[in-house]
Design a protein around this ligand. Structure first.
Ligand SMILES: NS(=O)(=O)c1c(F)cccc1F
Ligand SMILES: [Zn+2]
Length: 262
């Protein structure tokens, strides 16, 4: 079967042919139109709380669509905010980027794209027994999105990822990150966010994600993004660099977009 990707022949515009859910009514990402975001008081009451462990020797792999750090953290908890009474557990984190830093994020804010976007993927351990099962339900996953701005300070936590990329140049390769990674350090200092009901942004685009997108970006350097773009989408000698792996915004339709200024 033709492998999905981000080129004109296998990219977001044709995903729905192979993955019907990609044409659904609660797809992600979306353009966050700040003027229609409603500040929902009961989000303020139920503060979004997270607790992560620091872990070393996390496995990072080249998925062919980017890098992914497997971080199954039974000790982690994400709860509150839009997540009702359920507890969500960190499963993995990964990132999306573009050919230049003028693009790269999946969500956009009033039409503005950021240079990239980090996704911390969690699943509902209160209701479901596995990540795979959770991904089949409308409240199965919670993904924290963090925008990347390009600046002069390199991001030390992202540098721990960048320093392993030469070992996973090709699709299918993986290695352990020797450094201790604390996912909390990926989060911005300002904890205001937007939230809405959406989907995975890659095939099969399951409509199972409660999205929480932080308003404040974190800073990475151009050099760090350049390193992301050196990953190869192929497993062999042929070099096809992963220079872009973001899905463009999808229609919000009649979904509520709520905001919380934590
Ligand atoms: N991009 S995303 O965060 O929606 C996402 C997931 F949550 C899970 C798997 C793949 C994937 F791409
Ligand atoms: Zn993602």
């Amino acid at each position: 079967a033709a492998e999905w990707g981000y080129s004109p022949t296998n990219g977001p515009d044709v995903w729905a042919r192979l993955f019907p859910q990609a044409g659904g009514a609660r797809q992600s990402p979306v353009d966050i139109c700040t003027s229609i975001a409603s500040s929902d008081s009961n989000l303020e009451m139920k503060k979004l709380t997270f607790a992560y462990e620091s872990q070393s020797d996390l496995r990072i792999l080249n998925t062919g669509h980017g890098w992914k750090v497997e971080a199954p953290q039974s000790g982690s908890r994400l709860e509150g905010g839009p997540l009702g009474e359920d507890i969500y557990q960190l499963e993995q984190f990964h990132c999306h980027w573009g050919e230049t830093s003028a693009e790269g994020s999946e969500h956009t804010v009033d039409g503005r794209a950021y240079a990239g976007e980090l996704h911390l993927v969690h699943w509902n351990t209160t209701k479901y027994q596995s990540f795979a099962e959770a991904a089949q339900h409308p409240d199965g996953l919670a993904v924290l999105g963090v925008f990347f701005d390009v600046g002069n300070e390199s991001n030390d936590e992202i540098e721990k990822i960048v320093s392993t990329l030469s070992e996973i140049k090709f699709k299918g390769q993986f290695t352990d990150i020797p450094d201790v990674i604390d996912p909390t350090t990926f989060l911005p200092s300002g904890l205001g966010y937007w939230t809405y009901l959406g989907s995975l942004t890659t095939p099969p685009c399951n409509e199972c994600v409660i999205w929480i997108v932080y308003k404040e970006p974190i800073t990475v350097t151009e050099e760090q993004l350049v390193q992301f773009r050196c990953l190869s989408a192929c497993s062999g000698e042929a070099e096809e660099f992963i220079v872009k792996n973001y899905r463009p915004p999808q229609p919000l339709g009649n979904r509520a977009l709520r905001e919380c200024n934590a």
